[in-house]
Design a protein around this ligand. Structure first.
Ligand code: GAP
Length: 408
């Protein structure tokens, strides 16, 4: 059985960063040119993890609901958006010298005299507000309803740091939920519990998640109430996600309104905004999942991901890679059908079985399936459980159902 080890906070980030590089999750941006501060590049397993998280979020908050409308707006927007939203004046951080520095990335659109100034979006939210009228006209939603978007955001952070925690280019998953002003407290509470439920489902260590009521001085310029969900990272308790009551600030500034189709009432809806950083979600999930234990006198490290987010659901190995019968069987009767069914299935015949298990443990693969000589006689394989290391013999014809049952 497992024998979990305590990991010192001071070592934990280094272990995570090196695992992410070694196993192809996250690399320093532009690494071969010495890097670019505040940027990271995602490798094969990092992309898979990210996609699983985003898909899971979209399923819960968009596909499984009747009141949510997806958007994928352009990152480049008319500069007037950022004037109206208050970001040109208000999206500032103090530098070390105490000067106010606007953290939006300024850019020039077009050439010569025709060129106009704009900014890379610092939040995905405005892409939803500017499409409020389009969405209402196209879908005729009744209040309350929401818009949702996943996409990149950019901030010229003065001090990017702590791996993917504070970057200059990152990704957000945001919801703007439009309500009648009187209902704001009810929906604020509602979205708080929806956010917590999603975190639990995904496998965040909830003992490390804390709510912080953000004081007026510390709130963004558009918010009249904000809760930060903070996480106990090894470098301290810091923001993970946020929930803000943006009032009618944005729609009013964009001069947008809503007409109730039944009563004819004209109004400016108020907004509750649950916001999630994809990169911080990943960092917190890596920290929640990272485990070390002792097996056979050796320390092993593994990522205890829930199967719904694990980059790989199962790895298939022939016991020996130079035995044609084993390779053939593993490839055609196990790997090919499982790959077709689950997609996130990998072939691993590199090194001995012990090495393969260690590699898959670090990727967070819940099941390793091995085809050995017995398989050729009785059509069974061994399935090893990542967390316990225990192995079961399962009939090849039962594999799909076995895995389906375990991952649901
Ligand atoms: N639309 C609201 C908004 O943008 P925010 O609290 O400034 O609010 C939302 O950002 C989320 O985006 C944060 O809770 C965090 O998860 C993520 N985030 C913000 N700045 C980030 C950065 N520099 N690097 C990585 N993630 C960041």
């Amino acid at each position: 059985m497992t024998n979990q080890k305590e990991i010192k906070n001071s070592d934990l980030m280094e272990k995570i960063v090196s695992l992410c590089k070694r196993r192809g999750f996250v690399f320093q941006g532009s690494e071969i040119y010495g890097g670019l501060a505040g940027t990271y590049d995602w490798g094969h397993y990092g992309v898979a993890l990210k996609n699983n998280i985003k898909q899971n979020w979209w399923k819960k908050f968009v596909d499984n609901r009747r009141d949510m409308y997806g958007v994928d707006a352009a990152i480049l927007m008319n500069g007037k958006v950022w004037e109206a939203s208050g970001h040109v004046v208000g999206f500032v951080d103090p530098t070390e010298d105490g000067e106010q520095f606007n953290v939006m990335f300024k850019t020039q659109i077009g050439a010569g005299d025709e060129a106009v100034v704009s900014y890379l979006r610092p939040e995905t939210a405005q892409g939803m507000f500017v499409n409020f009228k389009n969405t209402v006209d196209a879908f005729h939603p009744k209040l309350p309803f929401g818009m949702a978007q996943i996409g990149k955001a950019f901030r010229n952070e003065i001090a990017p740091r702590d791996f993917i925690f504070r970057q200059r280019e990152f990704e957000q998953m945001e919801i703007e939920y439009f309500i009648r002003a009187n209902d704001w407290e009810k929906y604020f509470e509602y979205w708080k519990s929806e956010m917590l439920e999603w975190m639990e489902d995904l496998g965040f260590d909830m003992t490390k998640v804390h709510e912080l009521e953000v004081s007026q001085e510390d709130r963004a310029h558009y918010s009249s109430r904000t809760i930060d969900f903070e996480f106990d990272y090894p470098f301290g308790r810091k923001e993970l996600f946020g929930l803000a009551y943006r009032t009618d600030f944005d729609l009013k500034n964009h001069k947008l309104e809503y007409i109730d189709e039944e009563g004819g009432e004209k109004m400016v809806p108020h907004v509750i905004e649950p916001t999630f950083g994809v990169d911080r979600a990943i960092l917190a999930l890596l920290l929640s999942a990272y485990t070390e234990d002792e097996k056979g006198g050796e320390v092993r490290s593994y990522l205890k991901f829930k199967p719904n987010i694990a980059p790989v659901i199962c790895a298939i190995s022939p016991l020996l890679k130079n035995k044609t019968e084993l390779v053939e069987y593993a490839n055609t009767k196990v790997y090919a059908p499982l790959k077709k069914e689950f997609g996130r299935v990998t072939w691993d015949d590199n090194g001995n079985i012990g090495k393969r298990y260690r590699r898959q443990d670090e990727i967070g693969t819940p099941f390793c399936i091995v085809v050995d000589f017995d398989t050729l006689n009785d059509d069974t394989v061994t399935v090893r459980d990542r967390d316990t290391g225990e192995q079961e013999r399962i009939k090849v014809s039962d594999l799909q159902d076995y895995i389906k049952e375990k991952i649901n």
